[in-house]
Design a protein around this ligand. Structure first.
Ligand code: CTP
Length: 448
């Protein structure tokens, strides 16, 4: 052992509490020099801790203000502990007894000490105490609603308790499968909940969202929020007036990998962004609703929210021109659509197919390089930044958990609880712009 005894410990230290204080106090007493690793938001996301309230800087400030830490570092990934222990010549690794047995592998490098956890206090308890558990209902009981329930279980702070569908047979099956109540009367459901997830057919989103907002409920609505711009504007106005959260559930917008990729695209590593090419195809049976609903079916209304998203996020809503090319089936619905965008600074294409298969890539081209996100880029977990020299490649991989709906659900709960820092991922203006694009598409391609 070195003359000075160096101790290290790690944690999220969210909503700093007495348990954290006592842990740090005892850790410091074990040696002469205490290093505290505080987890980054992205590492916590990676670990599935999606509900952290305090920012990294706030958590660092809280640790610092105890006066016990001689050095504060940030913990960014799962393999970092071994490196830190070697780097800082650590003698003792300390953690609370809730982790007993987890860190035996570190015995090779230093002494591992589990300190008894302070009873009856945790960040989880404080989060539950500070924020009332949201009672949530679901409208619609199809495939996407079924994916929502298990994902919602991964997020603390909400409880999915009931479902409504005018088709009571479908609602009953759903209620039985997911152990929620089926409520046959919409007003009655609205009276029993704080928030609603709308997963009904596209054309019903506007009415349901409006009704829910007017009942004072927060709304998470499946994409497309509406098929016309004025309706989207009206809904966001009502939400704002009533201080309610209205969010469009385009899952890609909330997932960590996609957000990291956007940040890198904006950072200048590929120079000025000139072209965006986003493609998403998913073959559907010609007898399915998506290809038989003559008014609201077709590839663009179904998948366009995904492919338009990176364009709106990177180029904004002020395109100078937009046009659509479609390949139609016998019933006139688009089996494949290319939306062409022109901006003062660049061009973009959003390609969607339900009856044509293609490579589902996202390529963002700039003056000095490009970003390629392979399929399924809408669940971004890996991407590359490439340059003129083919050997000059930066690779990024980001964890994507489960079906990915947990990210939008976690942001929805967090924003309701007042954490507006997460609201940038898909803004009202961006959702309104996307509704405007849907409206334009329908006007130009349907005889309605
Ligand atoms: N800790 C403790 N006593 C408590 C709570 C936490 O000794 N009552 C310790 C943990 O064992 C860990 C450190 O404090 O060594 C940081 O833990 P962290 O996970 O940030 O805190 P928790 O309150 O356990 O957070 P959560 O409820 O989110 O898991």
């Amino acid at each position: 052992m070195s003359a000075i005894v160096t101790v290290i410990t790690y944690g999220s230290f969210d909503l700093f509490h007495e348990g954290h204080y006592r842990l740090l106090q005892r850790a410091k007493a074990l040696g002469d020099y205490l290093i505290v690793g505080v987890t980054t938001e992205s590492y916590d996301e990676y670990r599935g801790k999606l509900n952290i309230v305090d920012s990294l800087m706030e958590r660092i400030d809280h640790v610092r203000s105890t006066g016990f830490a001689d050095m504060i570092i940030i913990e960014e990934n799962v393999g970092q502990k071994v490196q830190d222990i070697k780097k800082y010549n650590v003698d003792i690794f300390v953690v609370g007894s809730d982790w007993t047995g987890h860190f035996e592998y570190l015995n090779k490098y230093c002494k591992v000490v589990y300190l008894e956890r302070t009873k009856n206090i945790s960040s989880t308890m404080l989060r539950a105490k500070n924020y009332r558990i949201l009672r949530m209902g679901i409208i619609g009981s199809g495939r996407i609603a079924s994916r929502f329930v298990p994902e919602a279980k991964q997020v603390s702070g909400l409880n999915v308790q009931c479902v409504y569908n005018p088709n009571s047979e479908s609602a009953s099956k759903f209620a039985a499968a997911w152990d929620v109540d089926m409520i046959p009367d919409l007003d009655e459901m609205f009276r029993s909940i704080d928030a609603v997830y709308i997963a009904s057919p596209h054309e019903t989103h506007y009415e349901y969202t409006k009704a829910a907002l007017e009942h004072g409920l927060h709304v998470l609505c499946e994409k497309p929020l509406t098929l016309n711009k004025a309706q989207a504007e009206e809904l966001f106005t009502i939400a704002k007036e009533r201080k309610l959260v209205l969010m469009e559930a385009v899952k890609t917008a909330y997932c960590p990998g996609f957000n990291q990729m956007l940040g890198i695209a904006h950072s200048g590593v590929i120079g000025n962004i000139c072209d965006i090419d986003a493609c998403f195809t998913k073959l559907e049976s010609p007898t399915n609703r998506e290809l038989t609903d003559l008014q609201y079916g077709g590839s663009f209304t179904e998948l366009g929210s995904y492919t338009v998203l990176p364009i709106i996020k990177l180029f904004g809503s002020n395109y100078t021109n937009i046009s659509f090319s479609t390949i139609r089936g016998e019933n006139g619905l688009d089996l494949y659509t290319k939306a062409h965008f022109e901006y003062s600074t660049g061009i973009a294409t959003a390609k969607c197919g339900l009856g044509v298969k293609s490579e589902g890539q996202l390529i963002i081209s700039g003056t000095t390089g490009y970003i390629i996100v392979e399929a399924p880029w809408w669940k971004t977990s890996y991407f590359e930044v490439r340059h003129e020299n083919p050997k000059d490649v930066e690779r990024y991989s980001v964890r994507f958990l489960g079906d990915g709906l947990r990210y939008e659900i976690s942001d929805f709960v967090s924003i309701i609880n007042g954490n507006n820092k997460r609201a940038f991922k898909l803004t009202a203006e961006e959702s309104i712009a996307m509704a405007g694009i849907m409206e334009r598409f329908l006007k130009e391609t349907r005889n309605t």
